[in-house]
Write a protein that binds this ligand. Structure first.
Ligand code: ZN
Length: 66
C-alpha cells in the first residue's frame, strides 16, 4: 500500500489535465478525460493512459472554488 502524503510537491494547476495512477505504475495525465460518476456516486474521471493505453479512472477532487 502506498502512503500517499500530499506534501508541497508539484501540484498541477486546477485547469491542468486530470492525473491518475495507471496500472503501468506511473502517474499520468488522463488522456481523453471526461467527467463521469462512479458507481459509488463519487465524481470521477474516465479516460486512458497516454503511455500504455490502458483505461484509466480517477476520483475527481472537489473544487475549492465551488
Ligand atoms: Zn499506463
Amino acid at each position: 500500500m502506498l502512503a500517499a502524503m500530499s506534501d508541497a510537491r508539484t501540484e498541477p494547476p486546477p485547469n491542468a489535465a486530470p492525473q491518475g495512477w495507471c496500472v503501468c505504475g506511473q502517474k499520468v495525465p488522463i488522456a481523453d478525460a471526461r467527467e463521469v460518476t462512479l458507481p459509488n456516486g463519487k465524481p470521477g474521471w474516465e479516460g486512458y493512459c497516454p503511455e500504455c493505453g490502458a483505461p484509466l479512472f480517477a476520483i475527481r477532487r472537489k473544487t475549492a472554488s465551488d
